[in-house]
Design a protein around this ligand. Structure first.
Ligand SMILES: Cc1ncc(COP(=O)(O)O)c(C=O)c1O
Length: 431
């Protein structure tokens, strides 16, 4: 029996008359899974309730920001108290200082930070900074990494080992895409060949150090170290896009996890406690190039918005507590280990891959996948599992390429229950 969706269905019919595809961000449209998108009414802890009053254990967590789960009391309280004093001033507030201090005191990789309102805006701005700082235009991007929807980065690999990019969206001028060099992940030789050819033209190499937008393509540390070294040797800025991994695998993200210092970093998602915040940071020397100190222009009406800062402060204060990340990683492993053991015993071609509290459902079996080209584009297995889980009360983001997230609200008891449900759902789809 599938879930009741009549209210969601009628809301979706209505929303299609207002928004392209009925949504304000494409992946929400449920295009690659069954049925109409669920319209969510409320969230509390790790449980979300849709407009038909179905309840689900939520592993999407708003695509990552909600590391404390929905409606965390400390975040709620700080947001409401702040809002009582007004929602926006377009002038500095002490809350911006407080969030910056909370981050910079614990983060040895950056000296200064600038708050913006989304991950896309952070990456777009930091890329301009990289170009302004180095005086070079080209950027290395890795196939399978997503960095938001700014023109320079909506680019796919062309054919060949070292390729000038091709726009992956209509509306991106070919001339912009050609400033982006697209390389396979985890491939030192391709990187060396590219740098040898374009060396003096490359401003930066941008990577998700934990690529988590196209499956979870965990990189070998040797590759990340080689990338660091090659960038340093050739005057190329190393740009870690930590919009997902920042404050997720460790307080200072993948840089801390791997012990590798990037030259530029971007954050998003968790940093805003569920409200729209992005940020970019670097050394004082690089950040001095940003306006009003320098000649790289970047601005924002709602940047550093006090209510959003308040949510970020409340959330990151929890994340900064001792043992926070160890506990997150442990509970996540306790959740997936029994599922992987079950799958192995049954001989299903499936594995859950994880790092910290990020996990991904790999339908290619227990093969290590480090490059976008290794992912099976047939997402039928995911589509079936998504439906089988929904009807058993588990909500995953509606795309097999996306990762799932565990929050502090996912208690050991809930995770144990979710583990059993996963095994049951997998038995159904592999039957
Ligand atoms: C690594 C990475 N960079 C940038 C972005 C864009 O962030 P936003 O959706 O907040 O614009 C995302 C979004 O998923 C992301 O995962």
């Amino acid at each position: 029996m599938s879930i009741k969706r009549t209210t969601s269905e009628s809301l979706f019919e209505k929303s299609k008359t207002y928004f392209p595809g009925g949504v304000n961000s494409p992946v929400r449209a449920f295009k690659s899974v069954d049925g109409a998108p669920l319209f969510i009414k409320k969230g509390n802890g790790c449980i979300i309730t849709d407009e038909d009053e179905n309840e689900f254990i939520d592993f999407c967590c708003s695509w990552g920001p909600l590391i404390l789960g929905h409606n965390h009391p400390k975040v709620y309280e700080k947001v409401v108290t702040t809002l009582q004093n007004g929602s926006s001033f377009g002038a500095p507030t002490r809350l911006e200082n407080e969030l910056a201090e909370l981050i910079l005191e614990r983060n040895p990789y950056i000296d200064k930070i600038r708050f913006v309102s989304s991950g896309t805006e952070a990456v777009m701005s930091a890329l301009r900074l990289a170009r302004g700082f180095t005086g070079k235009d080209k950027v290395i991007k890795f196939d399978g990494c997503y960095h938001g929807h700014s023109d320079s980065l909506l680019v796919n690999a062309g054919s060949g080992l070292v390729t000038l990019g091709e726009s992956s969206s209509a509306g991106v001028p070919a001339s912009f895409a050609q400033e982006t060099l697209v390389l396979p992940l985890n491939d030192i030789e391709a990187l060396k060949a590219c740098v040898a050819e374009y060396k003096d033209q490359i401003a930066c190499a941008i990577i998700e150090p934990i690529p988590a937008n196209n499956g979870l393509l965990l990189q070998e540390k040797t590759f990340l170290l080689a990338l660091r070294e090659i960038c340093t040797e050739n005057g190329i800025l190393l740009f870690f896009d930590e919009v997902i991994s920042g404050f997720r695998v460790a307080f200072s993200g993948a840089a801390e996890h791997y012990g590798i210092k990037p030259d530029l970093v971007t954050y998003g998602k968790i940093i805003g406690g569920g409200l729209p915040v992005g940020a970019y940071g670097a050394s004082s020397e690089i950040m001095a190039r940003i306006s009003p100190d320098g000649n790289v222009y970047q601005a924002g009406t709602l940047s550093g918005n006090p209510v959003a800062m308040a949510a970020g402060i409340a959330q990151l204060t929890e994340c900064a507590k001792p043992g926070f990340y160890e506990d997150q990683a442990k509970r996540t492993l306790d959740f997936i280990t029994p599922i992987n053991a079950h799958v192995k015993a049954k001989g299903y071609d499936f594995e859950i891959v994880s790092i910290g509290s990020i996990f991904w459902l790999n339908f290619a079996g227990n093969k290590t996948i480090r490059k976008a080209s290794q992912i099976d584009p047939d997402m039928t297995g995911f589509r079936h599992l998504h439906s089988a889980l929904l009807k058993r009360g588990i909500y995953l983001g509606p795309s097999g390429y996306e990762v799932g997230f565990v929050s502090t609200a996912h208690t050991p008891e809930i995770l144990e229950k979710a583990s059993v449900i996963f095994c049951d759902a997998l038995d159904e789809i592999y039957a």
